[in-house]
Design a protein around this ligand. Structure first.
Ligand code: NAD
Ligand code: UDP
Length: 342
């Protein structure tokens, strides 16, 4: 069974491609390489023993995308391709609407022109909930007006995908609202590759530990939480990748038409920034250089998932320890450092 993975050389896409291949799916990857490296393709092969079909295409180029659908019958599409920096989206909103929404529109137009039934999984984010009033956050929590153009593109893409499933006879779809993915593949062959100074906490921690950054600044310790730092639901990248396989398998079994649903993907447990930092220090036996700084603009105080819906409906559960994710993240940083030295 053929599955198209857009953005499949990126962080979550490459881990998901591996889990799909391990489950026997025939994976084709499209990626523009705007935020990934072609070497990831070799490493997917090194891990799985399978050479994946790859096309360097920008999803905004409709003709090129269309030609891939003409040459293949895909049962599923996992749509990761997007730009993901919140700060960049604030500085350049047009780029984010054009890339993230434009790509999704092209994909949907092409799917609607096809005869075969296609199951689509879309990468959404818990960012759509903003600061939820009730914790843990369940799927009935309202989707708020977004503070950043990035968040807005996730909200818009969810809406246009849902609308398309209502109109078209050949599309069923699921949006997965990820909480905070961290960690790397256990082989240390693939992992997160942040461009420049990382926005996200775990790459910032590992880059500080390796000496690439002088110190980690913890953004505020005066929030109304158990130690004053913000709370997030960190999820092991392997668990997140497996959630996509479970979601595709679920859609493949569904007999209904015009099916659309959305699910939280997290562990259900919130950790504070300080708890995560201390866990990193303990599991890797490292002393991290960090200081408490000012709050970061627009930060959500606390977000963690109620995962009952995805657990019950799709049968997916997070299984891997966060401490193990922090171990793999550190091994991955060490590997990147050893490659830098050569
Ligand atoms: P990533 O940047 O590592 O991967 C995205 C991939 O898409 C990259 O390889 C990039 O080159 C490619 N891409 C971007 N625009 C493209 C285009 N127009 N055409 C073809 N390829 C294109 O990011 P990631 O962390 O793997 O995120 C994957 C998806 O998950 C994104 O949609 C992101 O918004 C979403 N998401 C990520 C997180 C997170 O914390 N990493 C959280 C919630 C949602
Ligand atoms: N954070 C921090 N220092 C950093 C990066 C992040 O203290 O250098 C905090 C941030 O304020 C938030 C948490 O770590 O409370 C997770 O941040 P990240 O950007 O990884 O995820 P998001 O805020 O998008 O959920």
């Amino acid at each position: 069974m053929k599955i198209l993975v857009t953005g499949g050389l990126g962080y979550i896409g490459s881990h998901t491609a591996i889990e799909l291949i391990n489950k026997g799916f025939n994976v084709t990857i499209i990626d523009s390489l705007v935020n990934s490296n072609i070497k990831v393709l070799d490493n997917i092969e090194n891990i799985t023993g399978k050479r994946v079909e790859f096309h360097k295409i920008d999803l905004r180029s409709k003709d090129e995308l269309y030609s891939i659908f003409q040459k293949n019958i895909f049962s599923g599409v996992v749509h990761f391709a997007a730009l993901k920096s919140v700060s960049e989206s604030v500085n350049n909103p047009k780029l984010y609407y054009d890339n993230n929404v434009g790509s999704t529109e092209n994909l949907l137009d092409i799917i609607s022109s096809r005869k075969e039934k296609i199951n689509l999984i879309f990468s959404s984010s818990c960012t759509v909930y903003g600061q939820a009033k009730k914790l843990p956050i369940n799927e009935s929590s309202p989707v708020l007006n977004q503070e950043s153009p990035y968040g807005e593109t996730k909200k818009i893409c969810e809406e246009i995908i849902q609308n398309q499933t209502i109109k078209s006879e050949n599309l069923n779809a699921i949006s997965l609202r990820y909480f905070n993915p961290i960690g790397a593949h256990e082989s240390s062959l693939i992992g997160e590759l942040p461009n420049g100074i990382p926005d996200n906490l775990v790459p910032y921690i590992t880059q500080t530990a390796i000496g690439k950054r002088k110190e980690l600044t913890i953004f505020g310790n005066d929030y109304p939480t158990r130690d004053g730092t913000c709370i997030r639901d960190y999820i092991h990248i392997k668990d997140l990748a497996e959630a996509h396989v479970a979601a595709i398998e679920y859609l493949l079994k569904i007999k209904k038409q015009n099916f659309y649903d959305f699910f939280n993907v997290g562990t259900g447990k919130g950790l504070t920034v300080l708890e995560l930092v201390k866990m990193f220090e303990k599991i890797n036996n490292i002393k991290l250089n960090y200081r408490i700084g000012d709050r970061r603009n627009g930060d959500i105080i606390s977000a963690y998932a109620n995962t009952k819906k995805v657990n019950k409906t799709i049968g997916w559960h997070a299984k891997n320890e966060i401490s193990n994710a922090l171990k793999t993240a550190w091994k991955w940083e060490l590997k990147l450092h050893s490659l830098d030295d050569n």
